[in-house]
Structures are given as structure tokens and as C-alpha cells.
Design a protein around this ligand. Structure first.
Ligand code: ATP
Ligand code: MG
Length: 268
């Protein structure tokens, strides 16, 4: 399924960021193989914001992990920026944000953010610290650089995770329910933050969520998956322009589209 390149959002590039062809994935479960994904076909153009929704167990995290090269698919091919995901992974251009902020508790916010740069060995130590401070500013955490994770709120920790994922300028940002643990208002702040970051420095974002309103608020298009076996049911372009106005959440079009998505997810 090819996402409509004219859907909305960033003008310009319709070049492919991620091409998924006939990808299937089976896990060895206790009662035999589990077909986590079957025949996934999806093309994601560069610099789009794509959400993946669907019931628990429909293979969303598995698909994200396969795209990132964390686990190999059982069948099919994945291209990332024209290369195999394994080749692409070597260039370390993926940013991955997990559901739980996975920060090192003994490192400060700044040192957590610069960690990937330290590991890859980009720039001098002073340049790495400066870059980390830039990213902490971008995620509105200036003033907290020397705080340890335990001294930060959940939303702040998640922003440190996002800053860290952005540290080495990924072309592709994979986010697995990054705001799942946040309260509704912090979540909304994070949405605006993420859109601002995305508009400042365009990247291709693949965003997994259980929240339809979140998916509608953030995305150019929504991939609806269904379980057993995990598969793509529909790719739905988001109809309204990206929401500068939070009241758009209550717009009749948005409510109608939420209802359509719910129907898609719940029908067998
Ligand atoms: N390492 C694994 N070993 C065995 N089975 C697995 C493994 N990882 C995932 N599965 C199975 O694959 C299916 C898809 O799992 P996945 O975690 O991708 O779902 P999900 O859509 O992310 O669900 P959720 O919304 O609950 O996070 C599930 O049936 C799960 O039990
Ligand atoms: Mg998951």
C-alpha cells in the first residue's frame, strides 16, 4: 500500500524512506508458531509522519523492530533509504523511542542524551556536550541538563529519551507508544513538542499508538492493523490539516474520522 504522496504535511519529497514488501514474521510460541505478521506491504515516503494503530498483539512493535533491524523478518524484504535495513542500521541513522524512557539512572540528562554520540565517537567531548545541550533546549529541558532521571518527571524523562533519539540526527524516528504512560495534558504538550521538532528538522516518523486521537492529531496517514495473523487492514490518509489549534480535536471531521477508525479496528 502506497501512502498518498499528496496527503498533506511536508511538501516536497515523495521519495521512499521505508519500503516493506511481503514481510512476514513467525515466532516460536509454546503452542506452536505465532504468526505475528503476514504479507505486510507498505511504502512510507520520506519526511512523513505515519502512525500505526490496531489491537494489542496485532504486530505493531514487531513491525517496528523489524524495520529497525533489531530482529530479522521470517520472509520478505525491507528497504530503508534504498538499502537493506542491516546496511542502514550500520550507519546508525535510526532513532528509537520505546514506551518506557530507558535512561541510565546514574547519568545526568545531558550525559544520557550524548551517550549515542559518545558510543559512535562523533566530535570532541566538548562538541558532544554542546550538541546535547542544544537538544535539551529543543525539547525544552534547558536548566535540567545536570539532573538525574530520578529527579525528572515522567514527561521530562520521555523528552530526554526523544532528545537522545535525535542526538545523531536520525533520518528515521521509530516511536513505540512513547507517550503511553503520560497523563492527557502532558501528552498534549508532548504532541506539540514533537510536531515542533518534526517541523524544525524533518525526519520520517513511524509512531505506534493505542490512541486514535493521538494518531489523528499527529499523522499524515494512519496504518490500521488487525491481529491473528498481524496484517494491514487499511491505510487512512488524515483528512484535516495538521492541527495548530488544539480545539480541532473536537472538530466534527475529526470525530467522524475517529468513528471510522474505531469501526475499522473493531470489525472482524
Ligand atoms: N519474542 C517473541 N516471542 C514469541 N512471540 C512473540 C514475540 N514477540 C511478539 N510475539 C507475539 O507476536 C504477536 C505480536 O506482538 P507485538 O508485540 O508485535 O504486538 P503489538 O501490536 O505491539 O501489541 P501491543 O499493542 O500490546 O503492544 C503477539 O501475538 C505476541 O505474542
Ligand atoms: Mg507493542
Amino acid at each position: 500500500m502506497l501512502l498518498d504522496p499528496d496527503a498533506r504535511g511536508q511538501a516536497g519529497s515523495t521519495a521512499e524512506a521505508i519500503g516493506i514488501e511481503n514481510v512476514s514474521m513467525s515466532f516460536q510460541g509454546r503452542q506452536g508458531p505465532v504468526e505475528a505478521l503476514r504479507g505486510i506491504n507498505l511504502t512510507i515516503p520520506q519526511n512523513r509522519f505515519i502512525s500505526i494503530v490496531g489491537r494489542s498483539g496485532c504486530g505493531k512493535s514487531t513491525l517496528l523492530r523489524i524495520i529497525s533491524g533489531l530482529i530479522p523478518q521470517s520472509a520478505g524484504t525491507i528497504r530503508v533509504m534504498g538499502r537493506s535495513t542491516q546496511d542502514y542500521q550500520k550507519e546508525k541513522k535510526f532513532g528509537f523511542v520505546f514506551q518506557e524512557a530507558s535512561l541510565f539512572p546514574w547519568k545526568t540528562a545531558r550525559d544520557n542524551v550524548r551517550l549515542p554520540l559518545d558510543v559512535i565517537g562523533i566530535g570532541t567531548p566538548a562538541e558532544r556536550a554542546a550538541r546535547a545541550d542544544d537538544l535539551l533546549r529543543l525539547t525544552r529541558l534547558e536548566g535540567f541538563a545536570d539532573h538525574y532521571p530520578a529527579q525528572l518527571s515522567g514527561g521530562m524523562r520521555q523528552r530526554v529519551s526523544i532528545a537522545r533519539a535525535l542526538s545523531y540526527e536520525p533520518e528515521i524516528l521509530l516511536m513505540d507508544e512513547p507517550f503511553g504512560a503520560l497523563d492527557e495534558f502532558t501528552r498534549r504538550e508532548m504532541h506539540d513538542e514533537l510536531i515542533r521538532i518534526w517541523q524544525t528538522r524533518p525526519v520520517t516518523v513511524v509512531f505506534v499508538t493505542h490512541s486514535l486521537s493521538e494518531a489523528l492529531y499527529l499523522s499524515d496517514a494512519i496504518v490500521v492493523m488487525a491481529p491473528r495473523p498481524g496484517r494491514i487492514k487499511a491505510v487512512v490518509p488524515v483528512a484535516h490539516p495538521r492541527l495548530a489549534d488544539p480545539d480541532m480535536r473536537h472538530h466534527p471531521d475529526v470525530i467522524a474520522q475517529t468513528r471510522d477508525l474505531e469501526r475499522l479496528i473493531h470489525e472482524q
